[in-house]
Design a protein around this ligand. Structure first.
Ligand code: SIN
Length: 579
């Protein structure tokens, strides 16, 4: 274990005392595919609320409106072995290969075996996936997949359609209450953070609402399911929406949970490059465009991926992002090109109406023009460490979706496995949580040191992380980044409020990311160390875990055997039955 002590992090967010209290058996934080699946499944499993219950069975709290999270932006789709000739074993092999030896094999097995049923359930719920003219589910291919296994909807509007169907189902469920515009601040615990047995007594929220629930309040509850999404806003340019500020990740760390593999941040190879001044959420150009035949070109018009990888333009995402970055550095440019002109207008309109519209809005017509593209932060493969059933180490706290680290993604997530992960592991949480639901815990006095980082530090923080911890990393840059974050943490703080709370969360996860990226002295998957260019299974196969002890991050190196797809295929791992 080592201590990463360049920055002292708040033990909890400075916030006014709760001005109101409400009750629910389970609070689900987040409203993407993971959160809403958990809410629906828990609603079914917990049954009707007793007459004397102080609140609903399930309360969903979400930072903006229900569909403002990352799910609705997902383009490519959801991967599952549903096509002729495909099998969970082949999906497993592709997932493990992309994960670069760092996947948890039991979690991957659960994902691929339970995935097809989970997608069928989504269809039964009313999700309208695209179909081929013969009526079969239309399946496409993305980077790292050896089969057509990506189900999609509305061409490239898969996430929006899934979100629509889930929200309709939640609205139809009488025992699910929803609070929008609610930022989860911190957990209420019934004992000292980190003590064995200290568990969840509730959660504090800031609600921008009206009437009884406005401002900071508390929800007393028996369990919390974190499904609050990712941390893309740590970087200056990301495909993630504005709400992705790592709130759940930071909250869990402050409550004593372990964060795992934060260094494995995936950069999508093809963000639509809109110029150096374009910051924040940027348009995605789905890998499915390459799946349909588009190819990457360098500044001289040469094919980029030929000879780089046997799958060429459909190589795993880290391989493509690195190849693009390498060539950009060689050329001294800030983007390369994606050529999809030969797909023709009909394919663009049918398969990629969203990308076509967005590109045209920016004056680029993919039917006749090359698309300028560059890598951008896309997905946190790490997160709050959970077991196969979504349990964190804190009694009563579960995590699912991008905020969680189940271990299915390893060092590099396979395309379109993220929606599937949220679906499968939220179903798993709903299998165990009702049987584990304890009584109501009484919040103990909170002795964690409160703190806050100034909201105006946000842009500087994002610039530091983009420069020091992006696709290319080096010990010197990482050290400079850590020092810069430590200085930002000292900036004078304004009053508590959403900008300062979000920036404090960003600084917390950014500090953790830098600590883990510094510690992992090898190149693996999406973590590329220029000063340690090779994968080093002798020293680094396994996870890096972070915990917060008295405001200081501690890093644990957990050694496991590298996950060789052939060895895993030979094993039989029982899945599907809750312990
Ligand atoms: C894409 O459509 O390229 C993104 C899919 C994913 O990130 O899984």
């Amino acid at each position: 274990m080592t201590t990463h002590d360049s920055t002292r992090l708040p033990g909890r967010l400075s916030a006014p005392a709760p001005g109101w209290t409400t009750y629910a058996d389970v609070v689900v934080v987040g409203s993407g595919i993971a959160g809403l699946t958990a809410a629906l499944r828990l609603h079914a499993a917990l049954g009707p609320r007793p007459d004397d219950a102080p609140g609903p069975r399930v309360l969903v709290v979400t930072k903006d409106v229900l569909d403002a999270g990352s799910t609705r932006w997902a383009q490519g789709g959801i991967a599952a072995a549903l096509g002729p000739g495909d099998s969970p074993a082949q999906h497993e092999a592709d997932t493990l290969t992309a994960g670069a030896g760092a996947c948890d094999t039991d979690a991957v097995r659960a994902l691929v075996v339970e995935g097809p049923d989970a997608v069928r359930e989504l269809i039964a719920l009313g999700t309208n996936f695209d179909h081929d003219p013969d009526g079969a589910l239309s399946l496409t291919r993305e980077g790292g997949h050896h089969r057509d296994r990506i189900a999609h909807a509305g061409g490239d509007a898969t996430g929006a359609e899934i979100s629509r169907a889930l929200i309709a189902a939640v609205h139809a469920a009488p025992e699910i209450e929803v609070v929008e515009h609610a930022l989860a601040l911190d957990l209420l615990l019934d004992g000292p953070v980190g003590d064995p047995g200290t568990g969840v007594a509730g959660v504090t929220l800031h609600v921008m609402g009206e009437g009884q629930r406005d401002g900071v309040g508390a929800v007393a509850c028996r369990a919390v399911v974190l499904a609050s999404g990712g941390l893309g806003q740590v970087f200056s340019r990301t495909t993630n929406p504005a709400v992705a500020t790592g709130d759940g990740t930071a909250l869990a760390l402050r409550a004593g949970a372990r964060l795992r593999d934060l260094e494995f941040v995936q950069f999508h190879p093809t963000m639509l490059h809109l110029g150096a001044g374009a910051l924040g959420q940027q348009p995605l150009v789905s890998e499915a465009v390459r799946g349909e035949g588009a190819v990457l070109l360098d500044g001289a018009g040469r094919r980029l991926m030929t000879g780089v990888h046997p799958l060429a333009d459909l190589a795993p995402r880290d391989v493509v992002a690195k190849a693009i970055t390498r060539r950009m550095v060689e050329e001294g440019s800030d983007h390369l090109w994606l050529d999809g002109r030969h797909l023709g207008a009909e394919t663009w309109e049918r398969r990629f109406p969203t990308i076509l519209r967005v590109a045209r809005e920016h004056g680029i017509d993919p039917v006749s023009d090359l698309l300028p593209v560059a890598p951008a932060c896309h997905y946190a493969s790490g997160g709050v460490a959970v077991d196969l059933w979504g349990r964190t180490g804190v009694p009563g706290l579960y995590a699912t979706g991008e905020v969680a680290c189940t271990g299915v993604h390893g060092a590099n997530r396979l395309a379109s496995n993220s929606l599937l992960e949220g679906l499968v592991f939220s179903r798993r949480i709903a299998q165990v949580l009702p049987t584990e639901l304890g009584g109501w815990r009484t919040p103990a006095e909170d002795r964690r040191s409160p703190g806050l980082v100034a909201g105006q530090a946000r842009a500087a923080l994002q610039a530091v992380m983009t420069q020091r911890a992006g696709v290319l990393r080096h010990a010197d840059g990482l050290a400079a980044g850590a020092a810069a974050l430590a200085a930002l943490a000292q900036e004078p703080t304004e009053e508590p409020g959403v900008p300062a709370w979000e920036t404090t969360n960003l600084l917390t996860v950014a500090t953790g990311l830098l600590a883990a990226a510094t510690r992992r002295e090898e190149t693996r998957g999406s973590h590329w160390r220029e000063d340690h260019p090779d994968r080093d299974d002798d020293h680094w196969s396994g996870h890096l875990d972070l915990t917060l002890v008295d405001g200081v991050l501690e890093v644990d190196v957990l050694r496991t055997a590298p996950t060789d797809p052939a060895a895993v295929a030979a094993r039989t791992v029982p899945t599907g039955a809750a312990p």
